[in-house]
Ligand binder design. Structure first.
Ligand code: TYM
Length: 332
């Protein structure tokens, strides 16, 4: 396969979870050696809901450090902050003008995030148009994401097609890259809900920086069911199936191997082993995270990443503006 362009982003809102790691970051790491990769911390997306400035700054740096701690090599992949590449905001606006109210209203993430709220920020509504801009700026072929971003990817493809039809071939139509196992890691207290960093119950998710004691406690308290078989059956045993997916992704074993290994054993033994599997998977990441944060390297990594990203993004933006009929940039 020839080299493809890969791009993805993660919001710096709250702590990153095992869901982010399994659904997205593990694939970022896997793709970086084969392809030309851009991974960003999407701070412009984060402010679609209120953020405390100090917390935003801290979390932005923390997420960038987690990218590296999870195994991204800044020499292979460009790691950057979305707000360091101004073309995102500008193309975001242009994509907003191409988006229809009806299609944005159908986005399930918008429905979930705005449900029951009185004051709904307009940014939350046009969030998917900005995400489309993120992807289209880099002529992206593959977008590694979890299952919950599939609908946003479909919208991105529609917007790219609409633009190309109206203004001439400009954008590459991107494809989602979604893992077969672990595309939707579920909450530990409810096997029908996505594991999410915005859940107020910290027992419902495993944060990447949770201590081993916290991880053991959370897994031992994780909801199961009244049965005792370790069997993968999402319909009838959503919680156990979810724990099996976590086991598989953190250990490298297949679901079949796990099922065979725990045949005839109860949930207690399985959960105990699962906790150790997760602790060992996160241990090297946590060590590396602490080393990077104390080294102060992140500033340079983000500067280099933004420099490379700006070159590509500015080229695409110039092409888009010309195709749409904007006057050329002013020269002195
Ligand atoms: P965000 O920040 O909510 O999540 C980051 C990535 O983690 C995946 N993910 C999960 N995967 C499996 N199980 C889970 N429980 C789980 N929770 C989260 C998400 O699917 C995502 O891949 N809109 C995006 C950020 C974004 C973006 C982009 C992504 C902005 N621009 C351009 C790709 C390309 C978001 O809110 O992700």
């Amino acid at each position: 396969m020839s080299k493809l362009r890969v791009l993805s982003g993660i919001q710096p809102s709250g702590k990153l979870t095992l869901g982010n790691y399994i659904g997205a970051m593990k694939n970022f790491v896997a793709l970086q050696h084969e392809h030309e990769c851009f991974f960003m911390v999407v701070d412009l997306h984060a402010v679609t809901v209120p953020q405390e400035p100090e917390a935003l700054r801290e979390q932005s740096e923390a997420v960038a450090a987690l990218f590296v701690a999870a195994g991204l090599d800044p020499a292979q992949a460009s790691i950057f902050m979305q707000s360091h590449v101004p073309a995102h905001a500008e193309l975001g606006w242009l994509m907003t003008t191409l988006s229809y109210m009806g299609e944005l209203e159908r986005m399930t993430q918008f429905k979930d995030k705005s449900e029951g709220k009185e004051a709904i920020g307009a940014g939350l509504f046009v969030y998917p148009s900005l995400m489309a801009a993120d992807i289209l700026l880099y002529n992206t072929n593959l977008v590694p994401v979890g299952d919950d971003q599939k609908q946003h990817l479909e919208l991105t493809r529609d917007l790219a097609g609409r633009f190309n039809y109206r203004f001439g071939e400009t954008f590459v139509i991107p494809e989602p890259f979604i893992p077969k196992v672990g595309a939707r890691i579920m909450s530990l207290d409810d096997g029908t809900k996505k594991m999410s960093k915005s859940n107020p119950n910290a027992g419902s998710y495993i944060a990447l920086l949770d201590t081993p004691e916290d991880i053991r406690k959370k897994i031992s308290r994780a909801k199961t069911d009244l049965g005792r078989e370790i069997v993968f059956d999402v319909q009838n045993k959503p919680e156990v199936s979810n724990l099996m997916s976590i086991y598989a992704k953190c250990s490298g074993q297949t679901i079949e191997q796990i099922q065979a290994a725990y045949d005839g054993q109860g949930y207690g033994a399985f959960k105990k082993d699962l906790a150790e599997v997760v602790v060992s998977a996160l241990e090297p990441l946590q060590k590396k995270y602490n080393a990077i944060r104390s080294s102060g390297e992140i500033g340079k990594i983000l500067r280099d990443g933004a420099e490379r990203a700006n070159v590509v993004a500015e080229q695409t933006l110039a092409k888009v503006k010309e195709a749409m009929g904007f006057l050329p940039p002013l020269r002195r």
